[in-house]
Design a protein around this ligand. Structure first.
Ligand code: C2O
Ligand code: CU
Length: 463
């Protein structure tokens, strides 16, 4: 198979168009973060634990600070984050800060940005988030096993001046593959998981509970943050019957509030909603139904009870400068990533990018080189019949087209779902230098090879 990670002529592009695309980008995407003002420290102890899960029954997991989901780390934009990780697991581990634009050395990828933290070891992560929003963190070593066992948590970066929502709620969506006990199904990366869309559980949870009910008062206005931390499951929560609008995707504000119809959260994705509880809903319970598969089920409930409160009036945050990037044809594609499977390897099936699994790609080290501060177009071609939510570390991108048809998503993303046989073009301007991995966020697919990287060299004019 031919591998075209460096397409000839990638430099020959339409300069004026590229300059304009770039100028639009600079308006919309802060290159440097805020000046750090203060530091917030956290300690995370990763260890086997017994936690009350699934409505209170004790359950054996691996957890951060004996909680699943892990503790919510919350800082304000401008504050630096310092996290000391203590590894008390029987395996090496790391922490990756999904969606956070961190310095490369803080990215948590073993063998790429840091050595794995051995059992008994510790590591200090330190960075200043550049964006306010909903992010999450998880190990990047044996990720399919460690995340499934319960190692994940959410990092919330509050705006410098948060708006007066009556409450700020978080729903961490996950699923679990359980056997009697209940106990976690003890085998990971099974042939079945690999041949399908990863490990899909038989019990879904919101914040660790499978009967999550949010009780709100009529008139409330809620910022509801959703994060999909499942290994493989895609959630499609249906908020119809409620006044809900999407205000952020993957942590970043959208150009304008968007209708919350047809919402899809692939593994890794986050969505922030502006949810207004109409006074007429008093006394009602609204079921939030998942519609991704042919078997709809209730994800959680919102019960409207108690005395009405006056609804706060304000315009939710947005990023109206997000560019449309319609003239992308003028920019030659930089790299084409063909996603496919083959037989072989440790698990019987391997998932490849341009015919290579991660271990092979690491040996060859022929990663796409993306010039810092320049516009790039990358193409993903899903040659398979399975789902692949592709996640790029360290940068946000915009989806430019699907199957050759231009699309206008008025937001940036860090993870995009490719459905069977689909082709997706993305555009991005890398700003942070280093080697950043690019992988499928179906963790079993990544474990079976579906990972590569891009190299962003240090800008030559960097002081
Ligand atoms: Cu959440 Cu490398 O991923
Ligand atoms: Cu995949």
């Amino acid at each position: 198979m031919t591998v075209a990670s460096h397409l000839p002529g990638a430099e020959a592009t339409d300069k004026p168009v590229e300059a304009r695309l770039l100028a639009e980008f600079q308006q919309a995407y802060p290159s440097a973060g805020p000046t750090p003002s203060g530091e917030v420290s956290f300690e995370l102890r990763a260890a086997p634990s017994e936690v009350p899960q699934f409505d209170g029954r004790p359950f054996s997991v691996w957890a951060y600070n004996e909680q699943v989901p892990g503790p919510v780390l919350r800082v304000r934009l401008g504050e630096s984050v310092r996290v000391v990780l203590h590894n008390e697991l029987p395996q090496p581990t790391t922490i990756h800060w999904h969606g956070v634009r961190v310095p490369n050395a803080m990215d948590g990828v073993p063998g790429v940005t840091q050595p794995p933290v051995p059992p008994g070891g510790s590591f200090t992560y330190q960075f200043t988030p550049k964006d306010a929003g909903t992010f999450w963190f998880h190990p990047h070593v044996r990720t399919s096993e460690q995340v499934e066992r319960g190692l994940y948590g959410v990092l919330i970066v509050d705006d410098a001046d948060p708006l007066p929502w009556t409450r700020d709620e978080l729903w961490v969506l996950d699923d679990w593959l359980l056997v009697a006990g209940p106990e976690l199904y003890p085998e990971f990366n099974t042939r079945r998981d690999l041949a399908h869309d990863g490990r899909w559980g038989n019990l879904t949870t919101v914040n660790g509970s499978h009967r999550e009910e949010l009780v709100v008062r009529p008139g409330e206005r809620i910022r509801l943050r959703l994060a999909n931390t499942a290994n493989g499951r895609v959630f499609a929560p249906d908020f119809s019957g409620l006044d809900a609008q999407v205000i952020a995707v993957d942590g970043m504000y959208t150009a304008r509030p968007l209708p919350a119809e047809g919402l899809v959260l692939a593994p890794g994705n986050r969505l922030d909603l502006d949810l207004k509880i109409a006074p007429e809903l008093a006394g009602r319970t609204i079921e939030i139904i998942d519609r991704f598969t042919r078997r709809p089920f209730t994800i959680a409930r919102i019960r409207v009870a108690g005395e009405a409160v006056p609804q706060p009036q304000f315009t939710p945050p947005s990023n109206p400068r997000i560019p449309r990037w319609e003239d992308i044809e003028a920019v030659k594609p930089r790299a084409d990533y063909v996603l496919d499977a083959r037989t072989g390897g440790e698990y019987g099936i391997e998932w490849t990018i341009n015919g290579r699994v991660w271990e092979e790609a690491l040996i060859e080290e022929e990663f796409s080189r993306l010039e810092p501060g320049r516009f790039h177009r990358l193409t993903f071609t899903n040659a398979s019949f399975r789902l692949h939510p592709m996640h790029l570390h360290g940068q946000f991108f915009k989806v430019l087209s699907r199957n050759g048809q231009p699309v206008d998503e008025p937001f940036f993303r860090d993870t995009v779902l490719l459905r069977r046989k689909e082709t997706v073009d993305i555009g991005l301007v890398p700003l942070d230098w280093g080697r950043w991995v690019l992988h499928c966020h179906i963790l079993e697919h990544a474990a079976a090879g579906m990972m590569t990287a891009v190299d962003v060299p240090e800008a030559s004019d960097r002081r």
